[in-house]
Design a protein. Structure first.
Length: 225
C-alpha cells in the first residue's frame, strides 16, 4: 500500500512543480540569472509599447541575452550600484518573428492605437524611411539591449528627456532639445555602457550593442518565454 501511494505521488508530482525556464540556445542566458537585482520592464510582452498590444513571440516578460553580453552588463550594474543607481531593461533579445510583426504593423496606416504617446509627430507611412522600423534588428542577434537607469532606492527612472521608444529627434544622442540635466543623465548611461564594451546607437539613447557580440551575422527566432 505504501509503495502504491509513493508511486502515485511521484506520477502527480510534476503537475505541482514550478515549471522550469524554457531551454535557450547555447550561449544565451536569462539576464535575471546573471544579474538578479536588475529591473525588467519588457514592454513588448505587454500593451505599453508603440503597437499598443503584445508583440508576437513575446510569451513572457523576460530579458534574454547572449552570455558575453549579459556578463558585461553585470559589470555595468555593479558600477551603477556603487553610485546609487540600477539598470532597468525594456528589451533585449528580440525574435525575428517579432520584428516581422513590427513590419506588418507599420504597413497598416490605419492602426495608430499608440501614436499619441510614441510617434505623435511622425506619419506612420514614414516609419521605414526614417529608420524607426526595419526588416532586421540587431536585437535578434542576442547582444543588443534597450535600457535606462533608475534610482536604486526608489526605482524611479532618471530623466532622459524622452521616453523609451519615442520616435523623434529628441531621442537622438546628439539632440540639443534635452536639458543640461537630461543630457548629463544620458551621458552617464553612455559612459558606463561604453566602459564595459557596449556601443551606442545614435538615433536612440536607450539602445546599446555589445561590441564583441558572438553572433554578428545570425538572426535568431526562438520565442521569449
Amino acid at each position: 500500500m505504501k509503495f502504491l501511494v509513493l508511486f502515485l505521488s511521484l506520477i502527480c508530482l510534476p503537475k505541482y512543480m514550478h515549471a522550469p525556464s524554457a531551454r535557450l540556445p547555447d550561449n544565451f542566458v536569462y539576464v535575471k540569472d546573471v544579474i538578479p537585482d536588475v529591473l525588467e520592464e519588457i514592454r513588448y510582452a505587454g500593451e505599453h509599447n508603440f503597437m499598443g498590444r503584445t508583440v508576437e513571440s513575446y510569451n513572457a516578460p523576460k530579458a534574454i541575452l547572449t552570455k558575453p553580453a549579459a556578463m558585461a552588463l553585470k559589470k555595468v550594474q555593479e558600477d551603477l550600484l556603487k553610485e546609487g543607481y540600477c539598470l532597468k531593461i525594456f528589451d533585449a533579445y528580440r525574435p525575428q518573428s517579432a520584428v516581422n510583426n513590427f513590419v506588418n504593423w507599420a504597413k497598416n496606416e490605419k492602426d495608430t492605437l499608440a501614436k499619441q504617446e510614441f510617434y505623435p509627430d511622425v506619419k506612420k507611412r514614414n516609419l521605414f524611411s526614417k529608420g524607426y522600423i526595419a526588416t532586421h534588428s540587431g536585437h535578434s542577434r542576442g547582444s543588443t539591449v534597450d535600457l535606462t537607469i533608475v534610482d536604486a532606492s526608489t526605482e524611479e527612472e532618471i530623466d532622459m528627456g524622452s521616453p523609451f521608444d519615442f520616435f523623434g529627434s529628441i531621442s537622438h544622442h546628439n539632440s540639443q532639445k534635452p536639458t543640461k540635466e537630461q543630457k548629463e543623465n544620458r551621458q552617464l548611461l553612455k559612459n558606463v555602457m561604453s566602459r564595459h564594451g557596449f556601443r551606442p546607437y545614435s538615433e536612440e539613447w536607450w539602445h546599446y550593442t555589445y561590441r564583441n557580440e558572438p553572433h554578428p551575422d545570425t538572426y535568431f527566432d526562438f520565442p521569449v518565454e
